[in-house]
Design a protein around this ligand. Sequence first.
Ligand SMILES: Cc1ncc(COP(=O)(O)O)c(C=O)c1O
Length: 409
Amino acid sequence: MDAQKIREQFPILRERVNGKALVYFDNGATHPKPTSVVDAEVKFYHHDNANVHRGVHALSQRATDSYEGVRNKLCKFFGTNNTQEYIFSSGTTASFNLLSTTLAPRVEAGDTIVVTRMEHHANFVPWQQLALSKKAKFEIVELKSDFTLDRDHFKRAMAMKPKIVSFSAMSNVLGHKNPVSELATLAKQAGAIVLVDGAQLVAHDEFKISDLGLIDAFVFSAHKISGPTGVGVMWAREEFLKSLPPYQFGGDMITFVEDQSTIWNELPWKFEAGTPNIAGVIGLGAALDFMTEIGRGNILKLEHELVKQGLAKLKQVKGLKILGSESHEGRAPIFSFILEGVHPHDIATLLDLEGIAVRAGHHCAQPLLRHFNQTATTRASLSYYNTAAELDVLVSAIENAKKVFSRGT
Ligand SMILES: Cc1ncc(COP(=O)(O)O)c(C=O)c1O
């Protein structure tokens, strides 16, 4: 399937912005939705609207079947066979809050929690706060000058026998993959609980859960892979989930409520209190179907080409520095850059005038930007449907931005 045919499935790409054809390079923040995802949500509300797990009537059965069916789709997508291991949440952030809250009783003063310098705040702040509240040590594994994780530092951190190690499989700023399985083995050997932020990896790689090695949990958000906003998935090993207390209390997460005590529901519902985002989960199912239809291998190929082209084209812009590896191996088409003499917000504003949507700011990764002595960068994050021609539009708009600012000085 070529990018043009895929593009036709995303109505938003027909938008014009400031009189120009939209060039959407903000996929890292959220991905456009194909018609099939929006239709799946509309179909639910028009034809099946009912609560799940609660009624014997036909609509409730249909709603429950569609909602629960998405766990089967997840099993197929990630090559697993236990639907109980998929918990629906409202996103990656919510999943990490679930994990940090339910793991809190296991952390004591003097324990160590390990994260890395490249974490999104969603996988940084919950652990930092847990460590502070327990007087535990919060160890941040640093980067090397080639932007990769410092494995020697990681090994030293493992020598501290951490209770919890939580790291990103792919940075939303740098765009490269971390060796998840290798890091997980080291963390497990040290006796740690191993948690992985998969919010970007899920959009930019083809993998099974088993490829990630000895991890305990892997979390991501539906909206990064063309699903709806406000829906997240936490995959976790059954034994690990069983060992955790419930996160929130209320309807659906119980089997029996006595006057003075309650018996929790089985997995996965023990972690899904209250009415979930039913339409959103069904939309996620449609997004998984959509990616599967294109083929995750094809997505990877299209993106690999964009990585090569993007690096080559951006390297030609004088004064532009990419924060991230300049090698195209193990990398997604996420290009964070700084342009000499022009503030990232100014670049983004000028690009917007040309119809190009990029993100400027700290990308919810202030500890990482601090490491580079930056408060903001401009980030063009591409996806499989983007084209080399759009990259040309970006490069020429950056060149124009340079001219505008050189005139001003
Ligand atoms: C690597 C990474 N982790 C976590 C998140 C947070 O995801 P959400 O805002 O959907 O909870 C993001 C979103 O930008 C991300 O890129």
